[in-house]
Ligand binder design. Structure first.
Ligand SMILES: *[C@@H]1O[C@H](CO)[C@@H](O)[C@H](O)[C@H]1NC(C)=O
Ligand SMILES: *[C@@H]1O[C@H](CO)[C@@H](O)[C@H](O)[C@H]1NC(C)=O
Ligand SMILES: [Ca+2]
Length: 148
């Protein structure tokens, strides 16, 4: 009995540190509510596709070995050269935040920063995975199964 209690306490403890992995439709709902459908001319499909291919919808996605020496953080793989600050790199820190904030389960700051990124002249082309997997593709049925 006691070991069961301890086990369940432990699993609660670890659950708090687990990555949140969105489903496609769950993320579509959150991004829509955050005004991303049509934001800077990009469809909701584009935003969700971008997150799928950048992070596989994982809020803890981390890539620490880009060829240019930068690291990418979280759902939108925001990097420590331009957008956020970490201890490894000098940064323009245009989103004025710590990169670790892009690794937690609250994505409202990640969304704000992505909105900032897309305002630059490159738009969504700032995201290599979007260019490769989403740009110019027919995404018309991509979110068809989601009740939006
Ligand atoms: C560094 O490379 C990564 C991956 O190729 C890219 O996503 C990122 O935008 C680059 N960062 C800079 C500052 O050039
Ligand atoms: C998420 O973070 C924002 C600040 O970035 C905060 O205003 C909001 O209350 C947080 N939401 C939750 C559910 O903790
Ligand atoms: Ca966050």
């Amino acid at each position: 009995m006691r070991s069961i209690l301890i086990l369940s306490l432990l699993s609660c403890f670890f659950a708090a540190y687990e990555a949140k992995i969105f489903s496609k439709c769950e993320l579509a709902h959150v991004l829509k509510a955050a005004g991303m459908d049509g934001y800077y001319g990009y469809s909701l499909e584009d935003w969700v596709c971008l997150a799928q291919y950048e992070s596989n919808f994982n809020t803890r996605a981390f890539n620490g070995d880009n060829a240019n020496g930068s690291s990418d953080y979280g759902l939108f793989q925001l990097n420590n050269k331009w957008w956020c600050k970490d201890s490894k790199h000098s940064s323009a820190n245009a989103c004025n935040t710590l990169c670790s904030k892009f690794m937690d389960d609250n994505i409202s700051d990640d969304i704000s920063c992505a909105k900032r990124v897309v305002k630059d002249p490159n738009g969504m082309s700032a995201w290599v995975a979007w260019v490769k997997h989403c740009k110019g593709k027919d995404l018309s049925t991509y979110l068809a199964s989601c009740k939006l």
